[in-house]
Design a protein around this ligand. Structure first.
Ligand SMILES: [Ca+2]
Ligand SMILES: [Ca+2]
Length: 304
């Protein structure tokens, strides 16, 4: 077993909760091609690999998308997956957004400059905002190397009300699968609310004995594990990699709980008993083999 790898959380606030997005609209949308849709609903499908593309003949300056919330909410910021995240190559070849004008439902606006990095970008407002929608207008772009089309792959809207799920302060794992054209496979991706990002172990074996640990930052009351096994992008994708079907959960006081898991990528809520703990380690003790990859992956995992 490899030495544990300590990774700090790349984004987010331990107390932030994502708000439900009920609808998404756009000023224009690129036409579907080869069965691939670029509709604004792709901004709220929990997949960074599905993309909204503006449909203007030029670069799309002035184009906008709007996401609607479930009524008026207090929000503290937004998270953007800027550009075309279908692959790293697509990201380079299409325009990314450089400047945005954000308009809230009362007509007030705020302007932001985005980084030109293939990383999720969190924008935290100076003060909480009461709004039922967030409109994002393109005011500047970074040019892609091939296509003059501007893309946005995913939007999350968050507030600082504590989520039922506990977001870890940092993560450790026995191994991580190395980053490839689709991005990295670090444990933080189990807690980004995206179904097509995941932790995958990078050991030579099938994943049996590999572990991932969530460090909670302080002692917290924990009673359940909420988990999506494998690559939860789709049923077909989930079959391709190994999935954990049994594991031992270890708490910071040394107590353990053996659990069984379904190989399904649907959300499962597993009873852990009652624990006050500052860490939760999941050590995989049995896997269901995938049809293509001999690596074990978990798309989402939280304790609550
Ligand atoms: Ca998406
Ligand atoms: Ca994920």
């Amino acid at each position: 077993m490899a030495i544990g790898i300590l990774l700090t959380a790349l984004m987010g606030n331990a107390e932030a909760a994502n708000l439900k997005i009920t609808g998404a609209t756009a000023s224009s949308t690129e036409e579907e091609s080869n069965g691939v849709s670029y509709e604004p609903k792709n901004l709220k499908d929990s997949k960074r690999s599905t993309v909204w593309v503006e449909g203007e003949s030029g670069s799309g300056l002035g184009s906008w998308v709007q996401v609607d919330l479930d009524g008026t909410q207090t929000i503290n910021g937004i998270r953007l997956w800027n550009g075309n995240w279908y692959t790293g190559d697509f990201w380079q070849r299409h325009n990314r957004i450089k400047e945005i004008l954000v308009t809230f439902s009362d007509g007030s606006t705020q302007r932001f400059t985005l980084k030109d990095e293939m990383m999720p970008e969190e924008i935290r407002f100076d003060a909480p905002v009461e709004t039922s929608s967030v409109k994002i207008q393109i005011k500047g772009i970074y040019s892609g190397s091939t296509f003059n089309d501007t893309c946005l792959s995913e939007v999350q809207v968050f507030n600082d009300v504590s989520s039922e799920n506990i977001t870890a302060a940092s993560y450790e794992s026995s191994s991580n699968y190395p980053a490839d054209v689709d991005g990295s496979y670090e444990p933080v991706q189990m807690q980004d609310s995206l179904l097509d990002t995941m932790w995958c172990e990078g050991d030579e074996g099938d994943g049996n004995g590999q572990w991932v640990q969530m460090n909670l930052g302080s002692s917290q009351a924990v009673s359940s594990l909420v988990i999506r096994n494998g690559n939860a992008y789709s049923f077909a994708q989930s079959m391709k990699s190994n999935r954990a079907t049994a594991a031992t959960v270890t708490f910071s006081d040394g107590a353990t709980k053996n659990i069984t898991l379904k190989a399904s990528a649907l959300e499962q809520v597993i009873d852990l008993g009652s624990h006050n703990t500052s860490s939760v380690r999941i050590t995989v003790t049995e896997v269901k083999p995938g049809t293509e990859f001999n690596d074990m992956c978990i798309s989402e995992a939280y304790v609550r």
